[in-house]
Design a protein around this ligand. Structure first.
Ligand SMILES: Cc1ncc(COP(=O)(O)OP(=O)(O)O)c(N)n1
Ligand SMILES: Cc1nc(C(=O)O)sc1CCOP(=O)(O)O
Ligand SMILES: [Mg+2]
Length: 211
């Protein structure tokens, strides 16, 4: 799977989806041309995430779009996802690969150059770097809730794997993140909470195309 082509990345959140279900939001984002979808939905039980993930697998497979599962390697395997996104306290990359197979995509969160280099050395396929701009979608510690595009540039210079910016990104600022060196941008509320998630996805795609 070519993570170098991931320009627009949706992270799901039923709690920030204006009453719509995650499959409804994902179907709309697929219509708008999203490149990759991550099942996150932290408030749901693992059983609920399994049920949602199974539906997302059908939708994403039909659209030919990769599905990534946040945090849980077991859930990624259970829904036949393309990979997993690991935080700094989740399982190590090597363990995830052992469980999911060599071809699985393993992404890792990094907010410093040191973490980024360590994740690359551990075999990560891409990095999620943030929060680029301050976000209220997640309880990010103050000292890294808005690391700015300078951090994207520093990390992109330090590693050879794709960097995906996350946190406070929408169509109005996504171009700056890619201009700083990111391959793409991951968004949650800019799509999940949008009045029209299809239009919001298309606008994000236009904002990062040909930067
Ligand atoms: C693409 C992407 N980047 C970063 C994250 C954050 O992951 P993590 O640090 O594990 O925090 P949680 O999302 O688990 O709260 C992500 N999910 N996706
Ligand atoms: C899931 C997540 N991880 C982040 C990080 O910085 O690691 S910020 C974030 C939430 C991003 O939501 P929004 O696009 O609505 O700002
Ligand atoms: Mg995590």
């Amino acid at each position: 799977m070519n993570t170098n082509e991931w320009q627009t990345y949706l992270v799901t959140a039923a709690s920030r989806s204006a009453g719509r279900t995650t499959p409804e939001v994902v179907a709309a984002a697929l219509d708008g041309g999203i490149d990759v979808v991550q099942l996150r939905d932290k408030d749901a039980s693992v059983r609920e995430r399994y049920e949602t993930g199974t539906r997302l697998r059908e939708l994403t497979a039909e659209a030919g779009v990769p599905l990534i599962v946040n945090d849980r390697v077991d859930l990624a395997a259970a829904v036949d996802a393309d990979g997993v996104h690991l935080g700094q306290s989740d399982l190590r990359v090597a363990v995830a690969r052992e469980q999911l197979g060599e071809s699985a995509v393993v992404g890792v969160s990094a907010s410093t150059v040191e973490q980024a280099r360590a994740a690359e050395a551990a075999g990560a396929d891409y990095l999620g770097v943030g929060a680029v701009y301050a976000t209220s979608s997640k309880d990010v510690p103050d000292e890294r809730n808005g690391v700015g595009t300078e951090r994207i540039a520093a990390i992109a210079d330090a590693v050879d794997i794709p960097v995906i910016g996350i946190g406070g990104i929408d169509a109005s600022n996504a171009g700056k993140v890619v201009d700083a060196g990111a391959t793409g941008v991951a968004v949650l509320s800019a799509i999940t909470a949008a009045e029209d998630p299809t239009e919001a996805t298309a606008a994000l795609g236009e904002a990062v195309a040909d930067v």
